[in-house]
Design a protein around this ligand. Structure first.
Ligand code: NAP
Length: 493
C-alpha cells in the first residue's frame, strides 16, 4: 500500500482533517504548536496536528455551552433526524473511515471497517432512542397534587477517549449525549485524532450545529484539567486506563459533575472440561486476539480445566499459529502492529516475568521479524495467577493459559482481581452457565461467545473497571437528569 498516495486521496476527499474543531471552525493551536500522527506499522508521519491545551479547551467549552442552549430546545424528532443523517454519512464513508483507522491505529482494514459498522451503529441507535426519552407520572398521595418526572439533558459533556477504538469509543458517548440534548467537547487520544476529526466533519455535514460537537487534543492533562474545572461542563465521560479514570473522578469532585468511566479490564476466559472444544478455541481466539489483544474486553487470562487443558492448548496454539501478521492493508492480515514501542516493551516485560517464574512459551514469545511494533501472536502455558501477566492487562497478542481443577477454584481465580469488566465462560452444561455467570463479579459475561459488544446491550464494568453503562437504553440515562415537578392546587372543585 502506498501510504502517501492514500493520504493524498483521503485529503482530497475532505475527510483527512488536520485541525481541531471549535464552534464549527477548523482551528490551529493558539501558539501554533503541532504534534505528528504516526502510522504504527511503518513509523511514517501521516500529518501534523495541533497540540492544544487549556485555553482552546475553555473556548470549546464556551461554544458548546452556547450550542447547548439551542440544541437542547430542538424536538427529539429533529435531533433524531440529524443523528440519522450522521449515521448515513458514516456508513457512506465507511471505506475511507476504515482506511484512516488502519493508518493511524494499525488494525487490519477489514477489522477497521468492522469498527466503523460498530461505531456507526451507536449513532443509529441513539437516533432511534432520542424519541423514547420518556418521563413519568407518579400517582399522588394528595388529591390536589400532580407529580411528574421530567428527563432533561445534563448539559455540556467532556468526552475523553482512547486510541484502541478511535471511532467507536467516541460514537458510544457522543450519540447518546446528542440524542439527549447535550453538547460535547471530545478529547480523543493524540495517537489517533484523525478518525475523530473525520467523524466530526461528517457530523457537521449532517447538520449537527456548529458548537454541538467540538474536538480538541494535545496536552492531555491541561485539557483534562480545563474540562474538570469548568462549571459549564456537567458531565465527564471517559474511556481509558484505570489510573487516569481515578484522577478524573477525583477532579470531577471539585464541581460535583456526573461521571461515567469505562476503564481497564482483566478478563478471565474459563474453559471447562465439558466445553465444545471447537467453540472454545474460536471464542478464545476472538476475544484474545481482536485488535492484536488491545481491547479492554480481551481475554487476559485463559483458565482451562485440567481434563481439557492439553487438548485445548494444542488446538488453540494451532489456531493462533495460522494468524497472519502484517500491515493492516495487506490482504489476509489479521494481526497488525501494537500502537507504539512502549506497548511492545510492556508485553516483553510481562512475558519475561512469567517465564522467569516457571511459565512455558508454547508459541511466539518475541518481537516479530517484521520489526517496528509487531509482536508474534503468543501462547504461554503454566501461568499462575500471581504473575504480572495475570494481575494486569497485557494489552497485546499474548494468551496466558492457567490450569484449574474445580468450578469453585475457577470462580475464585477469576474474581481475584480489582478489575470487573468482561468475563467469558465455555461450557455445555446449562446449570453451570447460570451458576458461573451469576458468580462472576463482572459487568459483561460471554457464554460460549467471545465477541459480545453491541450497541443494543449495556456495556460497562464493576469494581475498578468503571462506573455507568454505555450503549442500549440504559446508556441514555448517563446523559440525563431527572427532575421532579410537583403541581399543587389541582383540585377540580
Ligand atoms: P489512557 O492513557 O488512560 O488514555 C485515555 C485518554 O485519556 C486519552 O485520550 C489520553 O490522552 C487521555 N488522558 C491521559 N491523561 C489524561 C489526563 N491527566 N487528563 C485527561 N485526559 C488524559 O488509556 P489508553 O492507553 O489510551 O487506553 C487503553 C486503556 O483504555 C486500557 O486500560 C483499556 O482497558 C481501556 N479501555 C477501556 C474500555 C472500556 O470500555 N472499559 C474501552 C477501551 C479501552 P492522550 O492519549 O492524548 O495522552
Amino acid at each position: 500500500m502506498d501510504t502517501q498516495n492514500l493520504v493524498a486521496r483521503l485529503n482530497s476527499s475532505g475527510l483527512l482533517r488536520s485541525q481541531c474543531l471549535i464552534g464549527g471552525k477548523w482551528t490551529e493551536a493558539y501558539d501554533g504548536k503541532t504534534i505528528p500522527v504516526h502510522n504504527p506499522a511503518t513509523g511514517d508521519v501521516l500529518v501534523n496536528v495541533p497540540c492544544m491545551g487549556g485555553q482552546e479547551t475553555n473556548d470549546a467549552i464556551s461554544v458548546a455551552y452556547e450550542a447547548f442552549l439551542s440544541w437542547s430546545k430542538l424536538t427529539a424528532a429533529e435531533r433524531s433526524k440529524r443523528l440519522r443523517k450522521w449515521y448515513d454519512l458514516l456508513m457512506a464513508n465507511k471505506e475511507e473511515l476504515g482506511q484512516i483507522i488502519t493508518l493511524e491505529q494499525g488494525k487490519p482494514l477489514k477489522e477497521a471497517i468492522g469498527e466503523v459498522n460498530y461505531g456507526a451503529a451507536f449513532i443509529e441507535f441513539s437516533a432511534e432512542e432520542a424519541k423514547r426519552i420518556y418521563g413519568d407520572i407518579i400517582p399522588s398521595p394528595l388529591a390536589d397534587r400532580r407529580l411528574l418526572v421530567l428527563k432533561q439533558p445534563v448539559g455540556v459533556v467532556g468526552a475523553i477517549t482512547p486510541w484502541n477504538f478511535p471511532l467507536a469509543m467516541i460514537t458510544r458517548k457522543v450519540g447518546p449525549a446528542l440524542a439527549c440534548g447535550c453538547t460535547v467537547v471530545i478529547k480523543p487520544s493524540e495517537l489517533t485524532p484523525l478518525t475523530a476529526l473525520a467523524a466530526a466533519e461528517l457530523a457537521l455535514q449532517a447538520g449537527i450545529p456548529p458548537g454541538a460537537v467540538n474536538v480538541v487534543f494535545g496536552n492531555a492533562p491541561e485539557i483534562g484539567d480545563a474540562l474538570l474545572a469548568s462549571r459549564q461542563v456537567r458531565k465527564i465521560t471517559f474511556t481509558g486506563s484505570t489510573a487516569v479514570g481515578k484522577k478524573l473522578m477525583a477532579g470531577a469532585a471539585q464541581t460535583v459533575k456526573k461521571v461515567s468511566l469505562e476503564l481497564g479490564g482483566n478478563a478471565p476466559c474459563i474453559i471447562f472440561d465439558d466445553a465444545d472444544l471447537e467453540v472454545a478455541v474460536r471464542g478464545a481466539l476472538g476475544t484474545k486476539f481482536r485488535n492484536s489483544g488491545q481491547t479492554c474486553v480481551c481475554a487476559n487470562r485463559i483458565l482451562v480445566q485440567e481434563g481439557i487443558y492439553e487438548k485445548f492448548a494444542i488446538a488453540f496454539s494451532q489456531a493462533v499459529q495460522s494468524m497472519q501478521v502484517g500491515e493492516g492493508f495487506t490482504e489476509g492480515v489479521v494481526q497488525g502492529p501494537l500502537i507504539n514501542e512502549a506497548a511492545v516493551q510492556k508485553v516483553e516485560s510481562f512475558v519475561k516475568d512469567a517465564v522467569s517464574k516457571g511459565a512455558k512459551v508454547l508459541l511466539g514469545g518475541k518481537r516479530h521479524s517484521l520489526g517496528m511494533t509487531f509482536y508474534e501472536p503468543t501462547v504461554i502455558g503454566d501461568i499462575k495467577n500471581e504473575m504480572l501477566i495475570a494481575r494486569n492487562e497485557v494489552f497485546g497478542p499474548v494468551a496466558p493459559l492457567l490450569r484449574f481443577k474445580t468450578e469453585e477454584e475457577a470462580i475464585r481465580i477469576a474474581n481475584d482481581t480489582d478489575a470487573g469488566l468482561a468475563a467469558y465462560v465455555f461450557t455445555e452444561n446449562v446449570q453451570r452457565m447460570w451458576r458461573v455467570s451469576e458468580a462472576l463479579e463482572y459487568g459483561l459475561v460471554g457464554v460460549n461467545e467471545g465477541l459480545v459488544s453491541t450497541e443494543v446491550a449495556p456495556f460497562g464494568g464493576v469494581k475498578e473497571s468503571g462506573l455507568g453503562r454505555e450503549g442500549s437504553k440504559y446508556g441514555m440515562d448517563e446523559f440525563l437528569e431527572m427532575k421532579y415537578v410537583c403541581l399543587g392546587n389541582m383540585s377540580s372543585s
